[in-house]
Design a protein around this ligand. Structure first.
Ligand code: ASP
Length: 306
């Protein structure tokens, strides 16, 4: 396989294992490129990409922008806080106006689950989902899995636990799909109120005891508590969450083996993870950020070359 099947990357659910492998192979090549002294290739010259972000972002937005620039694309950025969305314009009108300026590809982040899928039905452009509400965040899951593969050598048969606010996390859902397609065993761990009831139907294990979960896994992906999405209290206090589900150096030291630690960011130091754990050698957090650029270059390149 040397091409993606669809014109869009809306979610991991729609990707085949072969397509994920193709993205990883292409990212291997781009990772070499971004580590050279001349980091730019002409692959997307004359392609214009609009990054339209209706929700806050640091890493994802910068990472897409840098990936586009490293591929020599022309880039325009739009953020809803400073746009006519505030004046009542619809999503489709906003995007159609952007496309009239001869834009070839849209990278969209939106707080509504399904927004990129809705756009894909109504507009004629290549679309990459940069996170849609609590639904999917495909490039995050690809870079997480890629970082595990890079550190552990392969993913098939590895055990990965995702810890924290599974209920509100698009990173959790996309990671589950990606890791399972790549042959990993997946567990989720967190307070029962933050674990959706349907999760077992996806074929993942559920563990409420963090020590058992960490002892089971080869890799732990630790999530932020998504307070901005919580409309009611799911646990008594952040202090209590940290007491029961925060990953600290004592718990990690007591494990029988060394595990690797991932976090999609932004980190809340001292809440879901302590600084000692986040900054240790077995934490891949900054590798994830580096790999994010290579993964996004691969996705954009493969979509543009269709
Ligand atoms: N950066 C990730 C996301 O956009 C994780 C997070 O915000 O906690 O979903």
């Amino acid at each position: 396989m040397n091409q993606l099947i669809k014109n869009n990357l809306l979610g991991i659910k729609e990707l085949s294992l072969q397509e994920i492998d193709l993205i990883f192979e292409t990212a291997d090549y781009f990772k070499d490129v971004i580590n050279r002294s001349i980091k730019r290739v002409p692959s997307l010259r004359d392609i214009t990409i609009a990054n339209i972000f209706f929700e806050n972002s640091t890493r994802t937005k910068l990472s897409f922008e840098l990936a586009e620039k490293r591929l020599s694309a022309d880039v325009i950025n739009f953020s809803s806080s400073s746009s006519s969305v505030k004046k009542g314009e619809t999503l489709i009108d906003t995007v159609n106006n952007i496309l009239s300026m001869k834009v070839d590809m849209i990278v969209i982040r939106h707080s509504s689950p399904g927004a990129p899928h809705f756009l894909a039905k109504h507009i004629d452009s290549k679309i990459v989902n940069a996170g849609d509400g609590t639904h999917e965040h495909p490039t995050q899951a690809l870079l997480d899995a890629y970082s595990i593969r890079e550190r552990l050598g392969y993913i098939e048969g590895k055990k990965v636990v995702i810890i924290g606010d599974i209920l509100h996390s698009r990173v959790a859902i996309s990671n589950i799909f990606a890791l399972q397609k790549l042959g990993a065993e997946v567990m989720v761990c967190g307070p029962a109120t933050l674990i959706p009831k349907y999760i077992r139907t996806l074929g993942v294990k559920v563990e409420l005891d963090i020590k058992k979960a960490l002892n089971w896994c080869d890799a732990a992906n630790i999530l932020r508590i998504q307070l901005e999405r919580q409309r009611m209290p799911y646990f008594p206090s952040l202090r209590e969450y940290t007491l029961y589900y925060g990953v600290n150096e004592e718990i990690v030291k007591e494990l029988d083996k060394e595990i690797i630690i991932l976090h999609p960011g932004p980190i809340n130091r001292g809440i879901e993870i302590t600084s000692r754990v986040a900054d240790a050698d077995n934490a891949l957090i900054l590798d994830q950020v580096e790999n994010g650029v290579a993964i996004r270059m691969a996705v954009l390149y493969l979509l543009a070359s269709k």
